[in-house]
Design a protein around this ligand. Sequence first.
Ligand SMILES: NC(=O)c1ccc[n+]([C@@H]2O[C@H](COP(=O)([O-])OP(=O)(O)OC[C@H]3O[C@@H](n4cnc5c(N)ncnc54)[C@H](OP(=O)(O)O)[C@@H]3O)[C@@H](O)[C@H]2O)c1
Length: 268
Amino acid sequence: MELSRGVLVTGAAGQLGEALREEFAGSVVAALTRADWDVTLPPPANVPAADVVLHAAAWTDVDGAEAHPQEAAAVNVGGTQHAADLGAPLVVFSTDYVFDGRKGRPYVESDAPNPLSVYGRTKLQAEAAAGQDAWIVRTSWLFGWTSTNFVRTMLRLGAERDEVAVVDDQRGCPTYVGHLASAVRGLLDRPRGVWHLAADDSCTWAEFAEAIFDESGLSCRVRPIKTEELGRPAPRPLNSVLRSERPEAPRLPHWREGLRDCLGRLGY
Ligand SMILES: NC(=O)c1ccc[n+]([C@@H]2O[C@H](COP(=O)([O-])OP(=O)(O)OC[C@H]3O[C@@H](n4cnc5c(N)ncnc54)[C@H](OP(=O)(O)O)[C@@H]3O)[C@@H](O)[C@H]2O)c1
């Protein structure tokens, strides 16, 4: 896609928003944080015209959404509708949590969603709000060098403790935001519709934590536990593995490669 007018990014202070700003540096006509545009409200009048809107603003507090379903829907569904109202080609970001995790194999684009949580339901409704004419990118287990994410949390805990308890019965594809942002660029030259874009290969959260400690040189043990022991408010799919069944889908590198890149940026 020709980016003569430029790219507009929402959620620009989030971890994916940061990576999109970096990937499209030089073509970003506006990088809007919540302070610039609260997406639960219609777009401000001064939003510049763009060739494409990369809509990364979202309510991402999965457990918090259980207690605040209307607020989560206002951001995820209402916000996506408002982003679509800008009238430019739209990329929206959805999630593995639209699936129930009961399939024994990776999820592909044609699998039927069945979200278990409020967050998952709002993201599925957001896909509908984005419309047929958007690129709907389902991704999973995002991590990057900013914001709150599993890698940064494990680095903090690993420096403070000898052992951390991490769930070992949820499997997914930890996806580095830098790799996702670069795949999004490739997607702009492909047809619109639903695309699964997640890191190559898969692991459990406990395996991911072990890799984080290995690669960063922290000597912290991982004690594997079951999801139910954690007692989190929102149910999670046990199988979160996403793959694309579309032959022309951009391929992302292995999650461990993403982890190494991310740790490098964090000074490890
Ligand atoms: N994180 C994951 O593991 C994951 C997995 C699959 C899919 N996704 C999807 O990927 C996308 C990017 O997620 P992320 O990990 O980058 O999330 P993030 O780091 O939490 O960033 C989300 C951004 O949205 C902003 N935001 C929240 N409410 C807003 C509002 N009402 N108006 C404007 N901005 C608002 C947040 O601002 P504040 O900081 O001010 O709250 C934050 O900067 C989301 O669509 C998410 O659902 C994420």
